[in-house]
Design a protein around this ligand. Structure first.
Ligand code: EPZ
Length: 438
C-alpha cells in the first residue's frame, strides 16, 4: 500500500447537485401534523470514519440520505473501503484499505472528513489528510487535534496544505482541551482506541453525537467510558482486535430543532416522532420562554404548539453542549424577528456566523450585528424576498423565515441545505406548507 498524491476526480455524488435550483415558499400557512426526524448527520459522518478501525464490515442504520454522507462515502472509497448504501442502511467494508491519504479534492468538500486522521493513524501508524481550511462560518482551526495526537506520541507535520502524522507506537496520555471541540475530541478518541495504556480527555465535547461515536467504537471492540461528560477515558486495545458492528444512528436534534422553530414562525401544532427530548433540553427551555408549548408526548415523541401572536423576545448565548447549540442560532433568529420586544443573540462558538442576518433584513427584519452579538427588534411581519443561503443552518433559517413571511420567498444556493436536511421541503409540505423546489 502506498500513499498517493495525484489529482483525483471530484466525488461522484449520487444525489444531484441542486446548485441551480431554488426553494420557493408562499408563506403564512400554519404547520400541523406529524413528522419523522431522521438520523443525525454529525453522528453518522464520524461513525463512518470509525469503520476504518476494523478489517471488517460495519453497518450503520438510520442513516440520512444527504450529500455530506455521499461525500464521506467517497472519501472512504478513495481509501479503499467498499461502501454501499441501501435505503437508510450503510455498509462499510474496510478490510482491504489501499491508501492512508485523504486528498484536498475530497476533504475541501467536506470538513468532517478530517476526522479520518485519527482512525488511519490508529490502523496504519501513518496518515496524511488535507487541511480542511476555513469556511463561511469561521476560521475553524485544528490546533487541538494536532496537540492531542502529539500527546499520544505521534509526529504531526503541516506541510503544503496537508497534515502528515506518523507514530512508531501510540501511548495513552492525559489530554486537556482548551475548549471542548467536537472534532478534536473525536480525532483523539479514534486514535487513542489503539494506543498503549489509558488516555483521558479532559474538557471533552459532551454532545450526543460524541456518545453515539463512543458507543459505535465500543461495539467494534474499543473500550471508552465517560462519553457525554467532560472526561472521557479510553483504554487502548490492540488494533487487530477491532471488528465490525451494527450501530444505530441517533436522531438529528438539529433537524428536530428546525421543525420546532418553523412551527413558531408559522403557528400551528406538530408532533415529531423518532426524536430524543433529552438532547434538546436547552432548546426546549428557550422555546418555552419565547412562548411555545412543548411537551414530551412519548419517550421518542415531542409535541410543539405555538401561536404567532404569543412570541416574546429572549436573549440567547450559544455555548458547547448541553447549552444552546450554535447550529440552531441561525434558525432561531427569524422566530425572534417576529417576537415582541428586543432579543440579543450572542454567538461564542464561531466568529462569523451571522451572515443570515443580512438576508433576513432583506425580508424586513430589524437586526443589528455588532461583533459577536445580534440585536433583534421584533417586527409585526416578515415579507417574502429572494434570499441566498451562505451555509447549511443559514439555509434552514431562511426557509423558516419564508414559511412565516407574507408573500413569496425564494431561497437560493441549495447545495448548503442538501448537506444536512433530507427531503426538508417534502416534510414541510406534508405539514401544510406551500413550498416547492424549482
Ligand atoms: C462540529 O464542527 C459540527 N460539525 C458543526 O456543525 C458544529 O457547529 C460544531 O461541531 C460545534 O457544535 C460536524 O460535526 C460535522 P468544533 P467541528 O471542533 O467539530 C474551535 C453543521 O452545521 N477549534 O467543536 O468542526 C473552532 O474554530 C456544522 O452541522 C479550535 O480553535 O467544531 C470553533 O470555533 C457546522 N481549534 C470551535 O472550536 C481546534 O483544534 C468549535 O469547533 C478545533 C476547534
Amino acid at each position: 500500500m502506498k500513499s498517493k498524491t495525484e489529482k483525483i476526480d471530484p466525488p461522484n455524488v449520487s444525489q444531484p447537485m441542486e446548485d441551480e435550483k431554488r426553494i420557493i415558499i408562499r408563506g403564512g400557512k400554519p404547520l400541523n401534523g406529524q413528522v419523522r426526524i431522521g438520523g443525525a448527520k454529525n453522528a453518522v459522518l464520524k461513525m463512518m470514519a470509525a469503520a476504518l478501525l476494523a478489517k471488517d464490515t460495519t453497518i450503520l442504520r438510520n442513516v440520512p440520505n444527504l450529500s455530506d454522507v455521499h461525500m464521506m462515502a467517497n472519501v472512504l472509497r478513495h481509501l479503499g473501503a467498499k461502501v454501499t448504501i441501501s435505503g437508510s442502511e450503510l455498509s462499510i467494508d474496510a478490510t482491504n484499505l489501499t491508501d492512508w491519504e485523504a486528498p484536498y479534492e475530497l476533504v475541501s468538500q467536506l470538513r468532517a472528513s478530517f476526522v479520518v486522521l485519527g482512525p488511519l493513524l490508529a490502523r496504519f501508524r501513518e496518515a496524511k489528510v488535507s487541511l480542511p481550511g476555513g469556511c463561511a462560518i469561521g476560521e475553524r482551526k485544528i490546533d487541538l487535534h494536532e496537540r492531542g495526537l502529539k500527546m499520544l506520541g505521534a509526529e504531526v507535520k503541516i506541510d503544503h496544505g496537508y497534515v502528515t502524522t506518523s507514530a512508531k507506537k501510540l501511548v495513552g496520555n492525559r489530554i486537556y482541551l482548551d475548549r471542548p471541540s467536537n472534532g478534536a475530541t473525536e480525532n483523539i478518541m479514534l486514535a487513542a482506541v489503539a494506543a498503549e495504556g489509558t488516555t483521558i480527555i479532559e474538557n471533552a465535547a459532551q454532545d450526543p453525537e460524541i456518545v453515539n461515536l463512543a458507543d459505535c467504537i465500543n461495539a467494534m471492540g474499543g473500550r471508552i467510558e465517560g462519553a457525554g461528560t467532560y472526561q472521557i477515558t479510553i483504554e487502548g486495545v490492540p488494533i487487530e482486535s477491532m471488528h465490525g458492528a451494527v450501530v444505530d444512528t441517533i436522531p438529528d436534534r438539529l433537524e428536530a430543532g428546525t421543525f420546532m422553530l418553523a412551527c413558531m414562525t408559522t403557528g400551528g401544532e406538530i408532533l415529531m416522532e423518532s426524536v430524543n427530548a433529552h438532547h434538546l433540553y436547552s432548546v426546549i427551555s428557550k422555546l418555552s420562554d419565547i412562548g411555545a408549548e412543548v411537551s414530551m408526548y412519548a419517550p421518542d415523541m415531542i409535541r410543539i404548539k405555538s401561536r404567532r401572536d404569543k412570541l416574546k423576545a429572549t436573549d440567547i448565548t450559544t455555548l458547547p453542549y448541553p447549552a444552546f447549540p450554535t447550529d440552531l442560532q441561525a434558525p432561531i433568529m427569524p422566530v425572534l424577528c417576529l417576537a415582541k420586544g428586543t432579543s440579543i443573540i450572542t454567538e461564542t462558538i464561531f466568529e462569523n456566523r451571522f451572515q443570515h442576518a443580512a438576508e433576513l433584513r432583506r425580508m424586513g427584519a430589524d437586526i443589528n450585528v455588532t461583533s459577536n452579538a445580534a440585536i433583534i427588534k421584533g417586527v409585526d411581519k416578515l415579507m417574502g424576498a429572494e434570499v441566498k443561503s451562505s451555509d447549511l443552518r443559514a439555509a434552514a433559517a431562511l426557509i423558516i423565515a419564508g414559511l412565516g413571511a407574507e408573500g413569496v420567498t425564494e431561497v437560493t444556493e441549495l447545495k448548503h441545505l442538501d448537506r444536512g436536511y433530507e427531503n426538508l421541503e417534502e416534510k414541510f409540505r406534508f405539514l401544510g406548507a406551500d413550498i416547492w423546489r424549482k
